[in-house]
Design a protein around this ligand. Structure first.
Ligand code: HMG
Ligand code: MG
Length: 298
C-alpha cells in the first residue's frame, strides 16, 4: 500500500549546485535555503565538507552553514566523506551527516578516490563520532542501478554495500540512481536489496532524471512503501564524477504528483515554484521542473 505521507529532502543547495561551473555566491545559496524552508521543506541538504580541489563549488560550506537562519522543525544535513570533513562540519552543527559510498567499485574510485572497502574504513570513525554526538547518519549508495564506468549494477552489490554500511552503524541508506539510467523494476530490485539490511523506515530514494525515468521510479518506490525521497528544486544538479548526469527529480514535480495522489508532503507548491524560479534566474537558466514551467506559464 502507498504511504499516506512523504518526507522530502531537498538536496538542491548541495547536489543541485555542486556541479555549477561558475561560483554561486554563498548569499544566493543561503537565500535558496531560506526560500525552501519558507515553502515548507523540513529537510534540506545544505552543503558538503569535501576537498575544494575536487568540488570547488562547495568550498563555501562554512559560510553557507553559518549564514542560514535556522528554523525550528527544519533539519539541515551535510556531506562528510572522512574525518577531516566531519570535524569541519561539526563546528557548523549539522543535524545529520551523509557518508557517501558507491555500489560500483569504479565510481567509488572516481568520486572519493578509494575502494568500497577503504571507504567503509574511512566512514567508520565518522559514523562513530557523529553518533556519539547525537548526529544522525545517513549513507548514500551511489550507482545503485547503473554506473557510468561499469554499466548495469546487480542488486547483490547494493545489498553488499548496505550490509557494510549497517555494520559500521549507518542509520539510514539512500538508494541513489546517480546517472538516472534506472527503470521502475530495476529500481525496485535495488530498493529490495537495501531492505535486506535496513527497515522500510530507514531507506530513501534518490533518483536523478537524466533519462526521464525519475518520476516513474519514484512511483515504483512508493509502491514498495518507501516514503522518503531526495529531490532537487528546479531539478538542479548533476554529479561532477558522473559525466552527463543531470539533476535529481525536480521537487516541484514530485510534490505535484504526490498532491494529485492525495499524499501529504507539508510543502506549499506555489512557494516552492517561487524558490525554483529564484535559483533558476540566479543561474540564468530555465527550470528543469515541468510542473514549475507549466505553472509559471499560466
Ligand atoms: P583524497 O585526495 O584521496 O584525500 O580525496 P586525501 O585524504 O589524500 O587528502 C588530499 C588533500 O585533500 C589534502 O590536502 C587534504 O587535507 C584534503 P592537501 O594536503 O593536499 O592540501 N582533504 C580535504 N579537504 C577538505 N575537506 C575534506 C578533505 N579531505 C581531504 N573533507 C576526498 C578524498 C574524499 C576528500 C575527495 O575525493 C573528495 O573530496 N571527493 C568529493 C567528491 C564529491 O563531493 N562528489 C560529489 C558528492 S557525491 C554525489 O553527488 C552522489 C550523491 O548525490 C548520491 C548519488 O546521486 O549517487 C550523494
Ligand atoms: Mg545525487
Amino acid at each position: 500500500t502507498l504511504p499516506t505521507r512523504v518526507k522530502i529532502v531537498d538536496v538542491g543547495p548541495r547536489d543541485g549546485l555542486q556541479n555549477e561551473k561558475q561560483p554561486v555566491p554563498a548569499a544566493v545559496k543561503i537565500e535558496l535555503v531560506q526560500r525552501l524552508q519558507s515553502a515548507g521543506l523540513t529537510e534540506i541538504e545544505v552543503t558538503s565538507y569535501v576537498s575544494p580541489k575536487w568540488v570547488p563549488q562547495m568550498a563555501d560550506n562554512h559560510e553557507v552553514m553559518s549564514g542560514i537562519q535556522r528554523q525550528p522543525g527544519v533539519r539541515y544535513s551535510v556531506l562528510t566523506p572522512n574525518m577531516k570533513g566531519f570535524e569541519a562540519a561539526l563546528a557548523d552543527r549539522p543535524d545529520e551527516i551523509v557518508v557517501f559510498g558507491a555500489a560500483s567499485e569504479a565510481f567509488s574510485q572516481k568520486n572519493i578516490n578509494c575502494s568500497i572497502a577503504e571507504s567503509i574504513e574511512r566512514f567508520a570513525p565518522v559514523v562513530e563520532a557523529a553518533r556519539a554526538k547525537g548526529i544522525y547518519v545517513r549513507g548514500a549508495m551511489s550507482c545503485a542501478v547503473g554506473c557510468p564506468y561499469e554499466g548495469e549494477i546487480a542488486p547483490e552489490r547494493v545489498a553488499y554495500l548496505a550490509g557494510l554500511m549497517k555494520g559500521i552503524g549507518v542509520q539510514h541508506v539512500g538508494v541513489a540512481d546517480t546517472i538516472g539510467v534506472g527503470t521502475p523494476r530495476k529500481v525496485q530490485a535495488a530498493i529490495e536489496a537495501a531492505l535486506q539490511h535496513y527497515e522500510l523506515n530507514d531507506v530513501s530514494g534518490h533518483f536523478h532524471d537524466t533519462y526521464g525515468q525519475a518520476l516513474a521510479n519514484t512511483l515504483a518506490a512508493l509502491e514498495l512503501g518507501v516514503w522518503q525521497y531526495d529531490t532537487s528544486v528546479a531539478g538542479l544538479g548533476g554529479c561532477p564524477y558522473a559525466k552527463g548526469a543531470t539533476g535529481n527529480v525536480a521537487t516541484e514535480d514530485v510534490v505535484y504528483m504526490l498532491q494529485g495522489m492525495g499524499i501529504d508532503t507539508g510543502i506549499d507548491l506555489n512557494k516552492l515554484v517561487d524558490a525554483g524560479a529564484y535559483i533558476s534566474a540566479q543561474l540564468g537558466r530555465k527550470s528543469g521542473s515541468r510542473v514549475a514551467t507549466a505553472l509559471l506559464a499560466k
